[in-house]
Write a new protein. Sequence first.
Length: 125
Amino acid sequence: MAEPTTFPYETRLNVLHGPLELIDVKAMADACEYKWFNQTLCQINSSIVRVGIIEGEYHWHKHDEEDEFFYVVEGKLLIDLEDKTIELNPGMGFVVPRTVLHRTRAPERTVILMVENAGIIPTGN
């Protein structure tokens, strides 16, 4: 049996906030000491909103069943696809459709929000 792959990311899948709770993304980002941090903030119906405070690159992966939405709060996010790279600056968003091979990169410390299905596996299928 193959060993599970480990990744150098701090990924927290617990839902941090419930309905009617204030979510302070800036305070969370300011306090973050990790180079690549992911935290599920809240759940809305069958979707979740996750914050990422990132610098560096993620591995190539895809999601067989889920689309992903990325929104840049601060910094710069590069989304590598097989045939091009999408550059997102603050205030910009992009959807990566299910089954599309992709990799995210942040050349500088970047804060992003992601909207995904609650059951998504962040590292891909």
